[in-house]
Design a protein around this ligand. Structure first.
Ligand code: ADP
Ligand code: MG
Length: 294
């Protein structure tokens, strides 16, 4: 690669809101055969909104449970926590006192309140806690998940108390960007920690055929590695702390600009706008650069 061609490309990237940290990645991007997209904040807007609480049974102390939820989520840094906090604060709920708060990566949070342990998170977290989700509740949750909603459960150490469906709309430009990536012969993958029904619903709407859901942060990097072992040259796009190991593992890591600092540090390129169409600009830029080089 001639230094001039690369300098030109880096400059053009900057004009288009693409910060190229590693010039070598321009050449690698040209060879990419697969592109792995994170769901939350990459395909979706990443501004989740909590909906109506579905109570697991009548007669629960709803105000107290809401106070527990608020207190626990106030300790979390997850975007889903923000959605729940916003909803409960709008209802003027006051947080209770929390002890022994713990964040369980890829699953949720737990804490002790007045001597009882509470869990907030996905189905796996309920399973790990030995909490049974009654079939009637599973059915309602599955219906919501099929509508692309993420289901957040809250339980104590014994019983499910409630769940909250959370929506995170798909960005207007995502479907168009996926189509264009496929037109460049890239195999497009959706990779998420969210549940399989939610992931499949999103995938269907943007026409992605390869879906991996309920993937823990450490396994996101493993997924990229598996594709590489199959001979694919992998580009990965993500925004979260969770995505950092996968961004580092990928042949080309692309961070979304509104994402976390850690994601940007792990990536080879950063898109200043959180719009997937800029991935195409980056790939086109790499094609143009390689053409000039040869
Ligand atoms: P992703 O960013 O790919 O959606 P994460 O690994 O961050 O996935 O989270 C996976 C799942 O864990 C979420 O979809 C959610 O169900 C659950 N979760 C994580 N953190 C929290 C939290 N603070 N409150 C409730 N649920 C959470
Ligand atoms: Mg994300």
């Amino acid at each position: 690669a001639t230094p001039t061609a690369i300098m030109v490309a880096v400059g053009k990237g900057a004009e288009n809101g693409i910060l190229i940290k590693d010039a070598q990645s321009l050449e690698t991007a040209h060879k990419a055969t697969a592109i792995v997209l994170d769901k939350t904040g990459t395909l979706t807007k990443g501004q989740p909104e909590a909906q109506e609480i579905s109570w697991a049974q009548p007669g629960l102390d709803e105000a107290n449970i809401k106070g527990i939820m608020l207190a626990m989520e106030q300790q979390s840094e997850h975007p889903l926590a923000d959605a729940i906090i916003r909803k409960l604060e709008a209802e003027n709920i006051k947080p209770v006192a929390v002890e022994k708060f713990q964040s369980i990566t890829g699953k949720g949070v737990q804490a002790v309140i007045a001597g009882e342990t509470y869990y907030i998170g996905n189905r796996q977290l309920m399973q790990d806690a030995g909490v049974i989700v009654p079939e009637s509740q599973q059915k309602i949750a599955a219906e919501q998940a099929a509508l692309a909603k993420t289901i957040i459960h809250i339980s104590n150490s014994k019983h499910l108390l409630a769940f909250i469906p959370v929506t995170d709309p798909i960005k207007e430009t995502s479907a168009e960007a996926v189509k264009a990536l496929q037109a460049l012969n890239l195999q497009v993958h959706l990779l998420t920690g969210d549940n399989i029904q939610t992931a499949q619903s999103i995938a269907r709407q943007v026409n992605i055929k390869h879906v991996a859901a309920e993937v823990l942060p450490t396994d996101k990097a493993h997924y990229v590695q598996q594709l590489q072992a199959q001979g694919q040259v992998v580009a990965m796009v993500g925004d979260g702390i969770n995505d950092s190991p996968a961004l580092a593992q990928a042949d080309v890591g692309l961070a979304m600009g509104k994402g976390t600092d850690i994601a940007m540090e792990s990536a080879d390129m950063t898109l200043m706008q959180s719009d997937l169409r800029h991935i195409l600009t980056a790939i086109r830029l790499s094609h143009a650069t390689v053409r000039t080089i040869r």
